[in-house]
Design a protein around this ligand. Structure first.
Ligand SMILES: *[C@@H]1O[C@H](CO)[C@@H](O)[C@H](O)[C@H]1NC(C)=O
Ligand SMILES: *[C@@H]1O[C@H](CO)[C@@H](O)[C@H](O)[C@H]1NC(C)=O
Length: 369
């Protein structure tokens, strides 16, 4: 009798402790919002009528369920590693029916494979969530969050949240360079096109700021000409494709410049630039230093460098994904995504400007209420 009472009260104590711990965790974890393209899409395109999708095997082969999730990876993508660092669950795709109730507090992923800075990028993929629409969804999300926790708290959650935006590669690969004599390449020289992209990107970033975002990681593009797809299609000798390398070389420094300009205009360090090109160059020039046996051949694909077509169940598939930098013709492996995320977290000023994510998160601690 007494022992069962003691057991009962002990259980109550343990349960309330567990509840206290889990409530604190929910309150303490910072919300995380993700915008952009396939490099950061957690599965929104699963809910759309589009050919830009990653919802069939072998995508996701290295997840615990070994099943595809909609991520363009064998396992985790960059946002997943950042969620880990925040101590949060991965962000749910905004279109997921599971994004309800308290799950809204974790944040949301608005990214959609195939999109670009420009509306006309990725038109061949038909039904994808373009940047302006991702930002509309962010507004809609905030109304739903306010219904849950009230206006003031919703605003605070958004202001303290971390935001990641990764977009721009498709504006070259799936627009300017998609076909010879593409409409954009007839309209603009490459330097003029880059200037136009940067000016349109600036508008998206300003819109994010107007919608309350105050800690925004902005990634540049990788070395676009060195991905297995471009080696297969544009490089007879295995050298990175020159035009796309030129594009990335023009684009990335202007992006950093634009971000610095925005920060000084807004009088703060709202936007942080992550130099993905530099880090990816590191493992392209010295794959062994990062544990890769190749940074040219995709793990999953067909043709030269496994760089042609899509990764499907009929493709060549490498047995050990951890020794490949590229999972499919365009996208990094989980291993490479982890290395890039590590740079975002801990990188020196050569990679992260004006600071890395660890320093950014240390600037303030989330108030718990
Ligand atoms: C993109 O499309 C949306 C919806 O049609 C439109 O409101 C927006 O102005 C367009 N953006 C540009 C830069 O044309
Ligand atoms: C982050 O950046 C700061 C400032 O550049 C640097 O001192 C620090 O070593 C970097 N890494 C971590 C983990 O904070």
């Amino acid at each position: 009798m007494t022992s069962s009472l003691a057991l009962a009260s002990w259980l109550v104590l343990v349960l309330s402790l567990v509840m206290a711990i889990s409530t604190t965790r929910v309150e303490a974890a910072r919300a995380f919002f993700v915008f952009g393209d396939s490099l950061v899409d957690n599965g929104n395109n699963n809910y759309l009528v589009t050919t830009a999708r990653a919802d069939s095997p072998p995508f996701g082969i290295d997840t615990p369920s070994r099943r595809p999730t909609g991520r363009f990876s064998n396992g985790k993508n960059i946002p997943d590693f950042i969620s880990d660092a925040l101590g949060s669950k991965p962000t749910l795709p905004y279109l997921s029916p599971k994004l309800q109730g308290n799950r809204l507090l974790v944040g949301a992923n608005f990214a959609s494979a195939g999109i670009g800075i420009l509306n006309d990028t990725g038109i061949q993929f038909i039904n994808i969530i373009r940047m302006y629409r991702q930002l509309q969804y962010f507004q809609e999300y905030q109304r739903r969050l306010a219904d849950l926790v009230g206006n003031d708290k919703a605003q605070r959650i958004v202001g303290e949240a971390l935001v990641l935006i990764t977009v721009g590669g498709n504006d070259f690969v799936n627009n300017y360079f998609l076909v010879p004599f593409s409409p954009r390449s007839r309209q603009f020289s490459l330097p003029d096109y880059v200037r136009y992209l940067i000016s349109e990107y600036r508008k998206h970033l300003m819109r994010l700021y107007e919608l309350g975002a105050r800690k925004v990681l902005v990634t540049g593009t990788g070395p676009l000409g060195c991905v297995p797809a471009e080696l297969a299609m544009r490089s007879p000798n295995g050298q990175c494709a020159a035009e796309l390398q030129r594009a990335a070389g023009l684009y990335n420094p202007q992006l950093v410049q634009m971000i610095n300009g925005l920060n000084s205009e807004l009088g703060g360090k709202v936007f942080i630039a992550a130099n993905i090109q530099q880090r990816t160059n590191d493992f392209i020039s010295n794959p062994g230093a990062y544990g890769f046996t190749t940074s040219k051949i995709a793990c999953c694909g067909q043709g030269p460098y496994n760089g042609l077509g899509l990764c499907t169940s009929a493709s060549n598939l490498c047995p050990n994904r951890d020794v490949y930098a590229f999972w499919d013709p365009f996208h990094p492996t989980e291993k490479a995504n982890g290395i890039i995320a590590d740079m975002i977290l801990k990188g020196s000023p050569a990679y992260m400007s004006p600071m890395n994510l660890t320093s950014l998160l240390a600037l303030d601690t989330v108030t718990t209420t």
